[in-house]
Design a protein around this ligand. Structure first.
Ligand SMILES: Cc1cc2nc3c(=O)[nH]c(=O)nc-3n(C[C@H](O)[C@H](O)[C@H](O)COP(=O)(O)OP(=O)(O)OC[C@H]3O[C@@H](n4cnc5c(N)ncnc54)[C@H](O)[C@@H]3O)c2cc1C
Length: 293
């Protein structure tokens, strides 16, 4: 199939910028390639290929040199806002520019807390991204998905999505690709309640190549604080470092490889378990080579 590329470096498609290669790669960049999904999945079935979906690659770690399967990047762009303030955005719309455009074109500061979120709409829906009190579920209305199992495009309602802390049904059910999502922005329009996420991010989050919060917060604790209190801030393994500013952010500071990141992860988990008896659970998705697992 022409659309399927081979041996594609994934570095530029993930915010952690690790070296990994996709044996096969498909870039779904517009509605036309979305329509090709049934054909792409026929190819996948014929060749018995494992597959993985990425959006902005800002919450994934490719923990392998080569992914011996197919990486599908969901990057179709486009959005519209109707008169009743229903926003429909394609899965590949990057959240921050979309929020800026809603503000500039429609004077809708409603989603400003999402400012600075590097992922896509698809990724935000799947992981129920949360920014300073505003989670994706709040305004979510429905999602159009491609169902790999039956080859149909379907609509999932908010109830179908089973949103929870940093998760939705689609985080574990990987047979559905988000193609677009609709949000009802008509509710709760009180501009004073919305603050620009960038300000908070500048104070709290480090700059650099990272995949955001590595671990979920083990309620009522904060993963970052546990890692800080365990004395792990600034710990470096190879080219990877635990941020001095925020213990839950791992940085690629000097050509880190996936082994450095996984070694930091293991160190953080073991130390926090030994010191506090708490098991940290990854928020990021660790993607290993399917032939090794
Ligand atoms: C600097 C920085 C700051 C961050 N701040 C925050 C924050 O404030 N709040 C927060 O919640 N997160 C934050 N994150 C993490 C990350 O940006 C979010 O989790 C984001 O929603 C992930 O979106 P993505 O498009 O990058 O998804 P990816 O990282 O590409 O994928 C994440 C998961 O979603 C799946 N997926 C992605 N797109 C689709 C699709 N179209 N269909 C089906 N499955 C899909 C993938 O298979 C994977 O399981 C931050 C990350 C960074 C680097």
């Amino acid at each position: 199939m022409q659309i399927v590329q081979q041996n594609i470096p994934l570095k530029k498609y993930t915010t952690l910028r690790l070296d990994a290669t996709a044996r096969y790669f498909v870039d779904i960049v517009d509605s036309q390639t979305v329509d090709d999904l049934p054909e792409i999945f026929a190819f996948i079935r014929e060749n018995s290929l494992p597959y993985v979906i990425i959006g902005g690659g800002s919450n994934v770690v490719f923990a392998c040199d080569v992914y011996d399967g197919i990486v599908i990047r969901m990057a179709p762009k486009g959005w519209e806002l109707d008169e009743s303030l229903q926003l429909t955005a394609m899965a590949g719309e990057v959240v921050t520019p979309l929020v800026v455009a809603l503000d500039r074109k429609h004077h809708l500061p409603i989603m400003d807390r999402w400012m600075g979120l590097p992922g896509t709409i698809g990724g935000a829906v799947v992981g129920n991204a949360w920014c300073f009190g505003l989670d994706t579920a709040k305004y979510f209305h429905s999602a159009r998905v491609y169902n790999v199992d039956n080859g149909e495009f379907e609509t999932l309602s908010k109830a179908d999505m089973k949103f929870d802390y940093r998760t939705s049904i689609l985080k574990s059910d990987r047979s559905k690709l988000v193609v677009s999502a609709t949000f009802d922005l008509s509710r709760d329009l009180d501009p004073d309640r919305y603050r620009d996420g960038v300000e908070f991010r500048q104070l709290k989050q480090p700059k650099g190549f990272t995949c955001g919060s590595f671990f979920k917060n083990p309620y009522p604790y904060y993963a970052g604080k546990l890692i800080d209190d365990a004395g792990l801030k600034w710990t470096r393994i190879g080219g990877a470092e635990i941020s001095e500013r925020h213990g839950n952010f791992f940085l690629n500071v000097d050509n880190a490889n996936w082994r450095d990141i996984i070694a930091l992860r293991d160190l953080a988990k073991t130390t926090v378990r030994e010191k506090y008896g708490i098991d940290l659970e990854e928020e990021v998705r660790i993607i290993t080579n399917p032939v090794d697992s």
